[in-house]
Structure formats: structure tokens, C-alpha cells
Design a protein around this ligand. Sequence first.
Ligand code: ZN
Length: 294
Amino acid sequence: MAKNTVSTALACGLTLSLVGCVTTAPPVITTNNYNVDSKTYQATGKSERIKTIVLHYTVSDNERSIKTLTTGNVSAHYLILDKDDNKIYNLVPESERAWHAGDGGFSGRTILNDTSIGIEIVNSGIKPEYRDALKNGTLDYRPYHHYVEFDELQIKKVAQLVQDIAARYDISPKNIIGHADMAPSRKIDPGAKFPWKRLYVDYGIGAWYDEFDKQFLLNQEAFESATIPEIKQAFRQYGYQINDTDTWDEASRDVVYAFQLHFRPQQPTGNMDSETYAILQALNQKYAGKDDFY
Ligand SMILES: [Zn+2]
């Protein structure tokens, strides 16, 4: 490289008087755009790369969570311990990808590690006394009381952090989701005890339906006449990935369960019912079609 520069400079010197000099300096990258008709033009077709916030629980204690998320093939941008240390741990810079989401998708986007911020919360998930039930295959979908409560301090930290990230990247409320929402057949975190409604009501975080709309839709009894493909289309409209079979097969019920964990956490059953459908329709009325898909 240095050799080329010298020889080019020499050639330039020798030929200067005859044909002028070809500049050897590398081009400068500029954000002052080219002037056209005495006006400068700046691109307006642009948006933030970060579109989604994905919340998780770690299913392990503070020390193991730190080790797992810093030494292996999994990580998250942020970690919230269940310890009163007044800290939120930033493990991966927001400008880099953390490996937290895996396969799945939401709101028409897949490979969510590319476009999301991942937040891990230290929490055990399922209470120890109920863990064997899943291993033995005797219980497909966990009820509310099987999940471990979150610490109040953790919720406050999550609220502060999510508010800040959502504002900086202008994230659509419905794209603040749980891991289960984007990977319903693989994941159930952050589980039924994660207080989505409280975050919406107390902090203005994420999406929630209006109770009046839900009741109105419930009274219309749309569920009774809706076909399975119609109901699945409503899930798709909101952002969930769901197959197009016309049965409630296991993968489809996993989606129903993930939705209920988020929006009807006291009764997550995996069974489609009239209240679940009314909530889904109320959410679609309020939020669907308000994404940036570019
Ligand atoms: Zn997770």
C-alpha cells in the first residue's frame, strides 16, 4: 500500500506539468448531501433498526444467570437480578446483536436477534414443586399458580429500562413482547406472573386492550360463528406466527397459550374460547396495522 502511494505520487509529480495530477487521497464520507438546485437533500426513507423488545426469565439464580449469559452461546443486552443492588446490568451493547431470541418471529419479522433488544429477568419460572409435572408429560399448559412471582423491585427496573429503550427507538407498543409470543412452541417465558397489564396501566408500556371493547365484542358472540381459519387470521393480524391448518393442533394451541400468558394470564389453558377471541379482536381494533414494516 505504502509502495503504491509513493509510486503514484512520483508519477503524479513527473506528469504534473503535462496532464495534471490525479489525487491519491481516499474519498471523504460526508453527511452534508450534494446540493441540487441550491437545496440539500437528506433521506427521509429510513427508520430505526431496533423494532422489538423481548422479555425473558432466566430459570436460574443471580450467579448462574450471569455466568450463563456471559460465557456461553446465549446472551442478552440487559440482565435484571433479583437483588436490591440498584443496578441494571448491560451485558451486550445495544449496537451489537445479543443471542437471546432464537427461531421464531413476530409482526412479520423473523431472526429477531437482528432487530430486537433482549432483557433477561432472574426468576425461577415454574415453582419447584410443580416441575415434575411437565417432565412426566402430565400437564401440557401450566396454570397461573404454577409460576413464580417477580420481585417488585425487578418490575420497577424493567419498567424504567423498557420505557427508555422504547422511547429511544420509537418501538410500537405491540412489539414489546415476551419470548413465548415470538416462539410459542419452544418458550413460555416470561410466564403468567409477568405483569403486562400493570406495566401498561402504571407506566404506559406495551399493548393492552380496552375492557369496554372486549365486553362489546364478547356480547356480539363472534366466536360462536367464527371459523378456525378466521380466528387464526386474527392472530396473524396481531403479529403471531400461526400455521394455516383448520384444526387446533398442538402448534396452534401453543400460540393460544402464549397469547393467554400475555393477555389473560390468570387463565392460560391453550384452548381457544370466546373471551380469548374477544381480547384478540379488541387488540386488533386498537393496534393492528400500526407497524413500520420497512
Ligand atoms: Zn427466553
